[in-house]
Each structure stands twice: as C-alpha cells, then as structure tokens.
Write a protein that binds this ligand. Structure first.
Ligand code: NI
Length: 170
C-alpha cells in the first residue's frame, strides 16, 4: 500500500491464449501460494491488467468456510444480487500484517473470461463473493481499507487474533 500502481484503473486483456498471458498467470498462482493468500490480482505484482486469480481448498485460518474453486478470471464484471451486505475480516498481501472488518455484498454474480477467452458466469455468496469483490476492487485501484466503515476495526493481525476469542468471518 502506497505504491501508486495499486491505485490505477487496470486495462482490459485481449491476448487470450497467449504465452505472455499464461506466464503472467503462472506467476500470480506461484506468488499466491508463496504468500499463502486466497486470491491475487495482477496490479499487486505491478501489472495493470484486469486479471485476478483466487481459490482455496479450505481457508488457512477458518476451515469452516469451505472450498472455493480455483479460478482465473479475466476482464471481470461483478454485479450485486440484492442489497444485503455482511461484514467480515479481510487481509491483503498488499497491506501486510493487517486485518480489517469490511462490509461486502453477500450475494453477487460475476462474469468474465478464463485464460483462453471462454466465458465464466457464476452466482455466488458469502466468502466466495467476498474474495471476488476484494480481488476485483484491485483492478479499479481500490484497497479493502477504502471499503471499511469503522476504522476502529482495522489493526495488526496478531493483535486482532489475540484479542478476539474467535474471529468472525461472515
Ligand atoms: Ni488484496
């Protein structure tokens, strides 16, 4: 956070199936795994293009959240379904060591393309919806603290986890 590249609006991708795109996405998966994240967006590695990757077999901290299918989502469009919002704890590899309680739409539809340009369209809820909203925000230069409505619920991960008997996600 503080790097101006994280605040740019990213450009659309059009070279589906290219070696360049495959290599970039391989790098995103590698970095996501190395840093133990559940998602990563291209602007987080200094590439201002509309690409996110996300997914998990189970959450590293909150196993009860269940799996989210590993997905490459390019040129995504996110549309809320209904007005319901929920707060949940988020972190970000671009805001290391911090956690914040962030309101997000509970249900969304997202559309986009995979690495070869095949369309993706899903309606999802809860943690899956939260991840997608967080990652797609990166493509518009938005970081999760910008979405917070109560900055008293923003702090160092180790303080928050030691002060909450059971951190609430969703
Ligand atoms: Ni992030």
């Amino acid at each position: 956070m503080g790097d101006p590249r994280l605040r740019k609006v990213s450009t659309m991708v059009d070279d589906f199936g290219s070696t360049r795109l495959k290599l970039l996405i391989d790098e995103l998966w590698d970095l996501m795994e190395i840093y133990g994240g559940v998602g990563l967006a291209a602007p987080q590695v200094g590439i201002s293009e509309r690409i996110v990757v996300f997914g998990m077999e189970s959450h590293p901290t909150y196993e009860e959240l269940g799996a989210v299918e590993y997905t490459v989502l390019i040129n995504p469009v996110v549309t809320p379904i209904g007005d319901e919002r929920k707060v949940g704890w988020e972190g970000c590899l671009s805001v290391p060591g911090m956690r914040g309680l962030v309101p997000r739409y509970r249900r969304i539809e997202y559309r986009g393309c995979d690495i070869d340009g095949n369309p993706i369209c899903r309606a999802v809820s809860d943690y899956h919806a939260r991840i997608v909203q967080h990652e797609c925000d990166h493509l518009d230069g938005i970081l999760y603290p910008d979405r917070m409505t109560d900055l008293t619920q923003f702090g160092f991960e180790e303080e928050i986890s030691s002060n909450l008997a059971e951190a609430t996600v969703e």
